[in-house]
Design a protein around this ligand. Sequence first.
Ligand SMILES: *[C@@H]1O[C@H](CO)[C@@H](O)[C@H](O)[C@H]1NC(C)=O
Ligand SMILES: *[C@@H]1O[C@H](CO)[C@@H](O)[C@H](O)[C@H]1NC(C)=O
Ligand SMILES: *[C@@H]1O[C@H](CO)[C@@H](O)[C@H](O)[C@H]1NC(C)=O
Ligand SMILES: *[C@@H]1O[C@H](CO)[C@@H](O)[C@H](O)[C@H]1NC(C)=O
Ligand SMILES: *[C@@H]1O[C@H](CO)[C@@H](O)[C@H](O)[C@H]1NC(C)=O
Length: 411
Amino acid sequence: MIISLKEGKLLCFVNMLSSRFFNKGNSGKKMSLVTVSFVTFGVLIIISCVFFLNYNNCSFAILEPRLNHQNNEIVWKPKGDNKNLTYTESWLKCEQNKTAANIAGFNSLPGHIKDFLYYRHCRHFPMLLDLPDKCGGPEGSADVFLLLVIKSLPKNYNRREVLRNTWAKERLQNGVWIRRIFISGTQDSGFEEMTLNNLLEIEHLKYKDILQWDFHDTFYNLTLKQMLFLEWMERNCPHVRFMLNGDDDVFANTDNMVEYLKNLENNDGSKHLFAGHLVKNVGPIRDPDSKYYIPVQVYKSESYPLYCSGGGFLLSGYTARTIYNMSHSIVLLPIDDVYMAMCLEKAGLHPESHSGIKALGLQIPDKNADPYDPCFYREILLVHRFLSVHMLVMWHHLHNPQLNCSLSTKM
Ligand SMILES: *[C@@H]1O[C@H](CO)[C@@H](O)[C@H](O)[C@H]1NC(C)=O
Ligand SMILES: *[C@@H]1O[C@H](CO)[C@@H](O)[C@H](O)[C@H]1NC(C)=O
Ligand SMILES: *[C@@H]1O[C@H](CO)[C@@H](O)[C@H](O)[C@H]1NC(C)=O
Ligand SMILES: *[C@@H]1O[C@H](CO)[C@@H](O)[C@H](O)[C@H]1NC(C)=O
Ligand SMILES: *[C@@H]1O[C@H](CO)[C@@H](O)[C@H](O)[C@H]1NC(C)=O
């Protein structure tokens, strides 16, 4: 059986309690009523920790806060343990910003917006699953040519499985390395949350391709997820050359991406690149029933900067580091692709259009044609949205050397 860190903490706690009550000076004596009630109390705490408080709140038992002198942040370390902890355990729980409730009109906002405003300042969450060696360490990371960074909810197991076997396969492609990472938070609560966390742990052990942080993986937390990833990247893969950042329901022709990126002139990842499907002249949607609802309390201006649709875009390592750097001084906006553009704008950089990235899907000219005819997809870089069956079949068709395409199906 594998004992996770959290269970480890719990065991330490049990140990501590039992040593306190049974070992010291009590040998041979009968336990007093007081001792028995203390033990019972301890057991009750453990049970409530396990079932009601979600383990994490038990950390007081063995962790203590310390100041990290490099960045003045508080980190939690095991009591009496001077060894460096892995990054996994190192963040203090972020508290609700109660004064957010004083914002004009706060009470009339929908619950998820209130929630966003309460926790908007929280940018650090403990990692549940880490992959510090994904890129061969910070120094080795220049050997990773294309890192696939795929936003995936814990429950999307089937999508991840298909991607692992198709376009997101880790491989040496045309002489350069492609690596894959799924980025995730937590979902649901109670037993269902535990099950989904276990699922990701199993996948993490088996495929070494999951990064998971302990925050609630909701639509309005997508920007947070992206920033957590960029922070991770700066620490573990700072020299990676290029990245595809996208959803787990896109079809990405990663062979074509490598070809496109290798042919870029004067850019080995150390210069600016941010390319995708451009969205221009749009602003925040003020309709509270929309999935994308952004009230003035969250974003005042009526227009968004020019941005690339978040379904999938390519960026260089340089640009990713710059976005992360800029993000420190820009308050979070829950729409992740717009937020990335705000960071670019602040750095004086611009997103660009790539005609092979079809974030809104493919427009097939012939109404009678098979919309999944592989010949339409030979030269594209990315299409949104594609589900499992078509993904697998398409990937195989495109790798069939016998594939015959006439000129009429060239997109
Ligand atoms: C902790 O890590 C830092 C840098 O990563 C290192 O310089 C220091 O020696 C480590 N301390 C211990 C006790 O291992
Ligand atoms: C809390 O919210 C208020 C109102 O939006 C804001 O002015 C303040 O800066 C926030 N505090 C933190 C720590 O983010
Ligand atoms: C984002 O995640 C944090 C941590 O789990 C949670 O407190 C917050 O409610 C989430 N925000 C939204 C808008 O879902
Ligand atoms: C990040 O920003 C700071 C100033 O805010 C600057 O000194 C530093 O060079 C920047 N780093 C990168 C990698 O852009
Ligand atoms: C493509 O054409 C070749 C020769 O015309 C034929 O042998 C092959 O079966 C065709 N492939 C497919 C997938 O139809």
